[in-house]
Design a protein around this ligand. Structure first.
Ligand code: HEC
Ligand code: HEC
Length: 529
């Protein structure tokens, strides 16, 4: 099992449940893990530092292949020769020659690919695109190629598993009711699963409502199927539960509650009824009987030496119990403190934007503590006030007491920004970006508003995107490449579209005076911030 906070891999004897070794993963925030068919090495994605580690299970030595862009999950072909890695910030799957320790191919996916499912014969790979809420199907044998794409009406598609025969995939996701204002917290989000096939309909072949199973099903995460493909097991990180969902919609649904704090990874131990669940925040595993859903055993991974001090705050951030109806958490709109890339009509914020304006979700990465005031309008002077306003107005819950409030605010303010995959390998700006930097400060006049160490967050301005007189907080730009779409209402899907379509009055700096190559340089600078 990968140890996210520790930067390690724990090796466990499944018979006794004993942790027999801890190895370093050679990087930070390891997520996906796959063991070679001969059992000699584990391949691990270091999602934060951006590498694929080949960890010898004998010596514990980790060899690293740089793979910038938040690599998230990894699977290995049955012959042990090829690995597939989802590179979530690059919208790609990297094909890796394991023997040569080299990337041989990069295949395009939908936005933010994360979970992977490879058919047992190694012929079909399903890729769950988290932000796009879709599944990319790849023919994985011989010459790997994309063969189709299956949409769903949801986002936050965190788990995917191929059905036997590999013609369809079972995918668990969250569906946003964001076309109407958030009058009530119930139904703002629903938790759903879909059967998806390549180039199938927008609703998939079947649409299963996990919320009908009762509470504690928020934020479906990983999915595995039983060998017959009849029952799906789904961890729900926001409900701290594991759920059994009949794949074709009929049959028994069951929920195991209080499995651990934020259950994520999941595996069925071959030849047994044991379901092994990795609980990220409690740093332990629960072994569950897949028929009765009783917890048979717990495996403690030991005290992490690099525990995140903001862990209590993160527990509150991911827990759906703060919301009336318990269908979502902060993490639903800000997955892993980033953004789900959709917009919401808020009724609870008395600022100039009103309840019919789409509000683009903002990323919380990059230590936002010193970027106040908060919200696009700058209506919230501090994070404390902001959080209490959301808990009462959006979650329709109660305000937090001082101690948990401080923990949650501590978490919000302290999220680090990962390395930027668009920069040079040593994280310096490329030559193109350096030319863009000069334009940013000079001819394009961006620096007059986007000031300070984070390139914004220090004053208000009007650039013609809101009714005259409604000024917005000038947003900070660090990490902006990864927080698409753009502008307060999300009207610009990509960075170039901020100036091509969304700047009708040409009030947004002097970008309209740049030549096409100059604009490309400027955008490259912004992308590398
Ligand atoms: C339904 C989706 C949704 C949920 C749930 C949600 N947020 Fe947000 N968040 C947004 C949107 C939309 C914005 C922009 C709001 C605005 O400008 O008024 C935002 C903005 C923020 C900001 C301001 C960032 C900045 O730089 O100005 C913070 C901080 C934040 N959210 C934290 C949280 C916390 C903490 C929770 C849980 C208590 C939470 N959010 C729950 C959608 C959501
Ligand atoms: C007059 C002040 C001003 C100037 C000059 C200015 N900006 Fe902005 N910028 C803003 C404001 C205000 C917003 C938010 C607008 C909105 O959300 O509708 C914004 C938004 C942005 C965004 C989108 C951020 C996000 O998270 O969605 C980017 C990127 C950006 N500006 C880059 C630039 C660049 C590059 C230049 C120079 C060409 C520039 N800005 C010049 C005020 C300014």
């Amino acid at each position: 099992v990968s140890e996210f906070d520790e930067g390690g891999v724990a090796v466990i004897d499944p018979g006794t449940g004993r942790v027999v070794a801890h190895h370093s993963s050679g990087g930070t925030q390891p997520t996906g893990i796959a063991v070679s068919p001969d059992g000699e090495e584990a391949l691990v994605t270091n999602s934060f530092s951006g590498s694929l580690a080949f960890v010898s299970l004998d010596t514990g030595h980790a060899e690293l292949l740089p793979l910038p862009g938040a690599p998230y999950d990894v699977v290995i072909s049955p012959d042990g020769k090829t690995a597939f890695v989802s590179v979530s910030q690059m919208d790609q799957v990297a094909v890796v020659d394991i023997g040569a320790r080299a990337i041989t191919q990069r295949l395009p996916t939908g936005r933010r690919p994360r979970s992977l499912s490879l058919s047992p014969d190694g012929r079909v790979l399903a890729v769950g695109n988290m932000t796009q809420g879709s599944v990319t199907f790849i023919s994985a044998a011989d010459e790997p190629a994309v063969v189709g794409h299956g949409p769903t009406p949801a986002v936050n598609l965190r788990g995917v598993a191929l059905l036997p025969g590999a013609r369809q995939a079972f995918a668990a996701a969250q569906r946003a009711q964001n076309e109407r204002p958030t009058e009530t917290a119930v139904g703002v989000w629903s938790n759903q699963a879909f059967l998806v096939r390549p180039n199938g309909g927008a609703n998939g072949d079947a649409n299963l409502w996990l919320d009908f199973m009762g509470k504690d099903v928020a934020e479906p995460e990983a999915v595995v199927l039983d060998p017959q493909g009849q029952r799906a097991f789904v961890t729900c990180g926001g409900g701290h539960s594991v759920n059994v969902v009949p794949v074709r919609g009929s049959g028994e649904t069951l929920t195991a509650r209080n499995v651990g704090a934020q259950p994520k990874g999941l595996a069925l131990r071959p030849g047994t009824k044991e379901l092994w669940v990795a609980n990220r925040l409690s740093n332990d595993l629960a072994v569950i009987d897949s028929d009765t859903l009783q917890v048979l055993r717990r495996v403690n991974l030991g005290v992490a030496t690099k525990r995140d001090p903001a862990m209590l705050g993160e527990f509150l951030f991911v827990s759906a119990s703060l919301a009336r109806g318990q269908q979502f958490s902060c993490n639903s709109c800000h997955p892993d403190a980033g953004t789900d890339s959709i917009s919401w009509k808020f009724v609870h914020v008395p600022d100039g934007l009103g309840k019919e304006t789409n509000r683009n979700v903002r990323s919380l990465l990059g230590s936002i503590r010193d970027t106040g005031p908060f919200r696009w309008s700058g209506h919230a002077p501090s994070l404390d006030e902001f959080v209490q306003e959301e808990l009462v107005g959006l979650f329709q819950g109660t305000k937090l007491e001082p101690e948990p409030l401080a923990a949650l605010v501590g978490y919000l303010g302290s999220r680090p920004l990962g390395p930027n995959p668009h920069r040079s390998a040593d994280q310096s700006f490329t030559e193109t970006a350096e030319r863009g930097r000069a334009l940013f400060a000079g001819k394009a006049e961006c620096g007059t508003c986007h000031t300070g160490p984070k390139f914004g967050g220090q004053r208000k301005a009007w650039i013609g995107t809101t009714p005259e007189g409604v000024e917005l907080d000038v947003p900070h730009l660090t990490g902006v490449f990864d927080s698409y779409p753009y502008l307060h209402d999300g009207r610009a899907p990509t960075l170039p579209e901020i100036w091509s379509k969304s700047n009708p009055r040409q009030l947004h700096g002097k970008a309209h005076l740049l030549s096409a190559p100059e604009l490309a340089d400027l955008l490259e600078f912004v992308r590398q911030l």
